[in-house]
Each structure stands twice: as C-alpha cells, then as structure tokens.
Ligand binder design. Structure first.
Ligand code: SAH
Length: 358
C-alpha cells in the first residue's frame, strides 16, 4: 500500500509536506477508497443517513462570485415558501421516514429572527422526534442562540475556503473569512452540531488552500464536513472558469474520511450533478450521508446554485425510491433515525471555558 495511505489509515494525520504531496501526486484510487470505506464501516457500518433538504428561499443579499442565486444575478427567478408549504414538506418527509429536516436558503432579510424562530418552533411542535437543521448563512451569536432556543440543533455553514487571500477572490468586500469563522465557533459554543466544508476546484484554489481547509477543520472539529466539486454557473462573474474535477473531488472525500474517521460526510448533490453515479462514488470513497430534496417540485429548478443541478424534476417520494435503490446498489443501507455524529458537541463537554456564561 502507498506510504501516505498507510500513514493516513494508521494515524489519521499527515504533516503539511505530506498533505501537499498527497494532493499533488496521483494516488491509487482502489487502495485509497478501500482504506476510507474500511474506516467508515468501523465507526458507522453500512449506514447512510438521510437528511431531508428544504430549500425555502432563493432570495439572497450576498454576492458570492461563484453562486447562481447571488443578489447580482438579475435573471434568477426568486421564490419563497410559505410557512404552510415548509410544514407540509416536513410532513411529507416525515411520512417517508425522514427524521432530520434541513432548512436551507439564501441570506434573505425577509426572514427575520422572529419568523425563523416561528418556523423552527412550529416544526419542533409538529415533529418532536425530529432534528431541525438550519443553513441560512451568517448571523449574530444572539440570533443563533434564539434559533437554538426555538429548537434548532444543527447548523450547516461551509467556511468555503480557509485561505484569506482565496476567500477575497471568491467573495465581495462585505464578507470576510473572520466573520465566517466567528459564526462557526459561536454555533459550536452554543451547542449546535455544526457542519462546515468547502467547494473543490473553485476558481483560484491551490493545493495549499486545501491544506489550510484541512487544518481549519481540524481546529473546528465539525460534526459534518460537506464538500463537493465547484460547478460553473453562466450568470456569475466566474462564467468562464472551469468546474472542479470529479476524481480529484473523490480523492478529497477519501482524505477527509481518513483524517476525520467519525465525521458525517455527505455525498452531495454537486457530485451527482457532475456524473450520473457521482453520489454513489462519493459514498464508496467514504461518504455516509445523503440530503435528498423535499422542496416542492415547482420551485426546485429555481434554487439554481450551479448548472445542471440534479433532482429538480421529481416528487419527494420518487427521490426517496431512487435513492434507496442507488444506496443499496452501492452496498450500503439507508438509516432513517436522527443519525447523530459521533463527534461530541461543545456544549456536551464539561468545558467551562466553552460553556461561558452558564
Ligand atoms: N446561504 C447559505 C447556503 C448557501 S448554498 C450559506 O451561506 O451557508 C450551500 C452551498 O452551496 C454553499 O455553501 C456553497 O459551498 C455551495 N455552492 C454555491 N455555489 C456553488 C457552485 N457554483 N458550485 C458548487 N457548489 C456551490
């Protein structure tokens, strides 16, 4: 077995030099994916956890240069789901077996903290045995605390890139890596199970950016690490930049599994959009979560982060059946419980410094 894969398998660590070498040199895919799969089975068996994704608004006040729903895209047709529509997505998801709902959206000022809290409390009341996840961007610590008090327990916020210079090249002046990191540490300190991550092959990304991403994740220790290939959208300033590479992205999934054995690692929609079996390949490279879409079919095409996004035509029931078949064919098993990560949350640890004001 290659020396670096062997070291990753045994120690879950690489030095900076080794990491850069791992990224730059071709690795034997069979060996790499087998090592990642073995480790994933050690902690999680053949389980694939499902999270029902509800994309509830595509309005966004931000202007991230890579994203199709950026404020500066005048051709994006905007939509918002009503509270009743969101609750009915959850009810349908519940009847299909989902026990985690992820509410994701652009940073839409229409949804004040009061409105978010009302939606979260309503879902918590309707489905007390489910986990509620939010993915609505950068907020103040007070806002995050309010959502938590209303019943949200998980939060997804990719750091996007941990290299400050790279961060500047992907985002306008109004956004900063410092604030992104502040948000992630605030979320952890409140007690959320936090998901972070980055795009693979985003414009101007170097292997050293990826090295910094890994080091940042080691510092943050998130419960979930969400990554996927960057995919070009024609209505963005990056219209002429190439998309990320599927095989390099799979290599990153395997690297993450080997370095973060207990993390939840989704086989993201971006993988499926790059290749018909992209998500299955991501599972076989170490992934153990899938996030099928529960949004109403009529709005799915409009949550247009990147081009050729999959699963924009089906109903939720069709999505579930399709996924079930794909997951089984790949050699894994759908698990419908809440599927907690094995990474402890900050609040669960007896750490006075983190618990702060309590
Ligand atoms: N507003 C929320 C949700 C953003 S959309 C937030 O800020 O967290 C979810 C993720 O989609 C982003 O974090 C980004 O990593 C990814 N994404 C956006 N544009 C993309 C593109 N062109 N290709 C691949 N992934 C993209």
């Amino acid at each position: 077995m290659s020396e670096l894969i062997e070291k990753l398998k045994n120690t879950h660590q690489l030095t900076d030099d080794e990491l850069l070498r791992f990224l730059a040199e071709p690795q034997p895919e069979d060996e790499l994916f087998a090592a990642a799969d073995e480790l994933r089975r050690e902690f999680y068996g053949d389980a694939v956890y499902l999270r029902g994704l509800i994309e509830f608004t595509n309005y966004c006040k931000n202007n991230c240069y890579y994203c199709g729903i950026r404020a500066g895209n005048p051709h994006a047709e905007r939509y918002r789901l009503t509270d009743a529509q969101i609750l009915s997505c959850c009810a349908e998801g519940y009847s299909l077996g989902y026990r985690t709902f992820v509410l994701q959206g652009g940073e839409d000022p229409y949804y004040t903290d009061d409105k978010i809290c009302a939606i979260v409390s309503a879902i918590a009341k309707q489905h007390p045995d489910c986990r509620i996840t939010l993915s609505i961007g950068e907020k103040s610590r007070e806002s995050y605390q309010r959502y938590y008090d209303a019943g949200a327990r998980r939060y997804l916020l990719r750091h996007e890139t941990a290299d400050p210079t790279h961060y500047r090249r992907l985002h306008p002046e109004s956004l900063s890596l410092e604030n992104r990191k502040r948000c992630l540490f605030d979320l952890k300190a409140i007690g959320y199970q936090v998901g972070s991550g980055f795009m693979i092959g985003s414009p101007y990304q170097t292997n050293d950016c990826l090295r910094q991403d890994i080091r940042f994740l080691q510092e943050l220790q998130p419960a979930m690490i969400g990554v996927g290939p960057y995919i070009t959208h024609s209505e963005t300033p990056f219209a002429d930049q190439p998309s990320g590479d599927l095989h390099f992205s799979l290599k990153i999934i395997a690297l993450l599994r080997l370095m973060f054995p207990k993390a939840l690692i989704p086989a993201t929609t971006a993988f499926g959009s790059m290749h018909p079996q992209g998500r299955e390949l991501a599972l076989k490279a170490g992934g153990n979560v899938m996030m099928p879409n529960l949004s109403p079919t009529a709005v799915r095409k409009l949550y247009d982060l990147y081009e050729n996004k999959i699963c924009t035509g089906e109903e939720a029931t069709q999505c579930k059946g399709c996924l079930e078949r794909r997951i089984q064919a790949a050699g894994y098993r759908i698990v419908t419980d809440v599927g907690d990560s094995l990474v402890p949350t900050a609040a669960a640890e007896p750490c006075g410094a983190i618990r702060g004001k309590e």
